[in-house]
Ligand binder design. Structure first.
Ligand code: CP
Ligand code: NVA
Length: 307
């Protein structure tokens, strides 16, 4: 039996595969027919809350001719100690793909190791690849190819930021990260990204990171499961994205935020509700890009041969 095509992180796919998914997402959005899930079922396991991911995947499954079963981990035997491995084996007998949102990336890897159907990362403590593929789709719809363009991440170096590093590795954008020294990216990640040719620079000063950027991105200062919220809010106070900071970016710079947002905290209302903000296009594009991810996982889009 061939290995299932898991969608775990952007850096696990080749540039060609990511490009094919993005092309397919654009085609589906433009009205091309997609039936990748016809007669099939998607199981979606959530250990944490979700609005966009849950609804967009459920609608994606339905629009692709299939059906989604949404599972709150607390209501599953998983919550009473059944192993991830057994859960993976059992669900693989019923459904054709599984999404997982979890606090521990290791659980995602364990699910994928034991599932015989594709597993999709619907956010972990380490990364959020579906979001960043939707963000790339959004940027390219508005401004053309992301390769060679400067993306400035301002704020906590979190799961969403980590997937931007993976995007820099595969899709050629130049990533500027502005964050407090206490919340800086892991040196191993930076070293691996740079060894693969990614252009990633870390700045302590938001102004230095944003100057000339084509896209400014932020996210909540306190992610789901973060234990040190008060400390993070204190450290991140100088990293709020406001109109003055946006003025330093390129004249046609866009603003993105994966949502949910906290106006007045990581971003001012003036910026997120202003003309450069494309946050609701990003949210919409989760649907289109996830339909394409499901099609890739289920073999409707060609994969590169395994190395
Ligand atoms: N951006 C995002 O993943 O939103 P949800 O937490 O609502 O799914
Ligand atoms: N970094 C945020 C993203 C939410 C979609 C979190 O993990 O809570």
């Amino acid at each position: 039996m061939s290995e299932p095509r898991h969608f775990l992180d952007l850096d696990r796919l080749s540039t060609g595969e990511l490009r094919r998914i993005l092309d397919h997402a654009r085609a589906l959005k433009a009205g091309a027919p997609g039936r990748a899930l016809a007669g099939r079922t998607l199981a979606m396991i959530f250990e944490k809350p979700s609005t966009r991911t849950r609804v967009s995947f459920e609608v994606a499954a339905q629009q692709l001719g299939g059906h989604a079963v949404v599972l709150n981990a607390r209501d599953m035997q998983l919550g009473r100690g059944e192993t991830i491995a057994d859960t993976a084996r059992v669900l693989s007998r019923y459904v054709h793909a599984i999404t997982l949102r979890t606090d521990h990336h290791a659980k995602l890897l364990e699910l994928a190791a034991h599932a015989t159907v594709p597993v999709i990362n619907a956010l972990t403590d380490a990364s959020h690849p579906c979001q960043i593929l939707a963000d790339v789709l959004t940027f390219e719809e508005h401004r053309g190819p992301v390769a060679g363009r400067i993306v400035a991440w301002v704020g906590d170096f979190n799961n969403v930021a980590r997937s931007w590093v993976h995007a820099a590795m595969r899709l050629g954008c130049i990533l500027h990260v502005a964050c407090p020294p206490e919340l800086t990216p892991e040196p191993e990640l930076l070293a691996r990204a740079r060894a693969e040719g990614a252009r990633v620079e870390v700045f302590a000063e938001p102004a230095a990171a944003v100057r000339g950027a084509h896209l400014v991105v932020t996210d909540t200062w306190v992610s789901m499961g973060d234990a040190d919220g008060a400390r993070k809010r204190r450290l991140l106070e100088p990293y709020r994205v406001d109109a003055r900071l946006m003025e330093l970016a390129a004249a046609d710079a866009l603003f993105m935020h994966c949502l949910p947002a906290h106006r007045g905290e990581e971003v001012t209302a003036e910026v997120i509700d202003g003309p450069r903000s494309v946050v609701f296009d990003e949210a919409e594009n989760r649907l289109h890009v996830q339909k394409a991810i499901l099609a890739w996982c289920l073999g409707e889009i060609g994969a590169d041969p395994m190395p």
